[in-house]
Design a protein around this ligand. Sequence first.
Ligand code: ZN
Ligand code: ZN
Length: 585
Amino acid sequence: MSKIQVMDEVLANKIAAGEVVEKTMNVVKELVENAIDAKSSVIKIKLIDSGVKEIEVSDDGVGMDRDDATLAFSRHATSKLKNLDDLFNIESLGFRGEALPSIASVSNIELKTSDGEVGTYLTLSGGRDLHVEDSDLQQGTTITVKDLFYNTPVRLKYLKNLYVELANIVDYVNKMALSYPDIKFTLINNDKVLLDTDGNGDLLKVIYEIYGVDITRKMIEVNGENDDYSIYGFISYPEMTKSNRGSITTLVNGRVIKNNELNKVIIDCYHTYIPKDKFPIVVLNIDVDPILIDINIHPTKMDIKFSKMDTLKNLVEKLVVEQLKKLTLIPTISVRNEESVRETTIPMKKAFSKEEVVEDNIQYEELSLDFMVAEEKTEYVKSEDTYDVDVPRIKKMIPRGIVYLTYIIAENEDGMYIIDQHAAAERINYEKVLKSLKEKVVVVDLLVPVKIELSANEFLIVKEHFAELEKYGFLVEEFGLNTIIVRSHPNWIFEDVSEECIRKVVDIIIEKEKFDFDQFVWRMAATMACRMSIKANDYISYDDQVYLLDTLSKCENPFTCPHGRPTIITYTKYDLEKLFKRSLD
Ligand code: ZN
Ligand code: ZN
């Protein structure tokens, strides 16, 4: 090969590196996926400074012979993957052979590999100066990428964002560990272990290594199938939430995928169980015939479409909602044993000690990561009882008084309860409204129709939804310029709050940039329930208290209001005994 051609190739790789490599995470991804393709059972990722200084990935996989090792870094190395559609059928994670030359062009590479017969040691600098010699390695591959981007202007950018880079890598490796519970993954940054799974195939153990004991204790197994899909995985108790949806991991045929529609289905299953800005921790492995999916691959993520989304949605809903309904979720103010509290967030803070922060003169404090936000530390009483619609979810409680005109104090043989009267009433009304929405609408004509003036664009949005509104009992008509008139409302809305409720329903329609039917119904029900419920500071009689508690305990989910806030908390009898030192253990 003439010198000029070689120059061109290195230049081409460097240009490609800008697109393919882009982030240290992408390099880690490429190397880890190569290791998985090599059928490894142990993959160890060692980083120095989030990988910007050094990324070393070692595995015990099949390794390469000398020819393959040498060719791996040249641009036209054969990709193992011939056809995108094969992606979900073959063992390969795909795209092999494309990124390695690009990575090599912007770093210093050291490779040790052995196919069990020949051991090869190879070095490259900026994609040039290939040196090859013998290695004593017996089996597997160890590849070290040093000084990433050393010969490019983007390097500085990365030095400033080590923390974010590391967060992305941790997230990625966690997801791979969840995808391959039978591979032992170890991730180390600057000698600190960030993940260490045991590779024994137990998904819950991987969850434990990633999220810690508190969350693992609050994960429920889900398992089920229908004609098209089969699902296995774990979902968290509603109390165990994270602040971003990165805690939802979905896999299809063992591959981590991204599908917003599926994420939404999962999040919707938790609606009213958790506040709107919180997300459950979920790992769902979906097995499906590859013909039912359509793959769209980006270099950094895998997005797929399901051609039978409806049956998938039904199955996910069935599995998740059924499990949630089985739980008793009353937060208890219990006395915690300090020793039993383990760190539940990824030990990122440990990954950079204070000294290093000073040394590198980088201000990590300024950067915060959503996934590091600690879980809410409420403990919940778990009941193994299975759910039965006719049996109240909470044993009969006897009201003993009200404090601050807001909280009902009650008791039963298990403990003492504090119930938020508004939240409880709201939950009861919410379920009532949802039920009436499913039934045939009975319409009440307004004596004085409600006239609402809107802006031109609001008017257009509302006009588009006249039919939906009518379906729910709101007869709406145009009434002059950008004005609507509402002539009726469903009978479940109390007369005295009807105008307020009608205005609110119109607001909900305007607010949403994209109309979503389920969301609309839930929002409408929650808003109506709130308007129709007793408030804090409203006086309620003893009989009303009894009625409220009895009705609450028969709700489908008596534990949270439709906005995800708790309706009830408890001190168990045992907690009280412990607090007053009546019980010694
Ligand atoms: Zn409310
Ligand atoms: Zn509420």
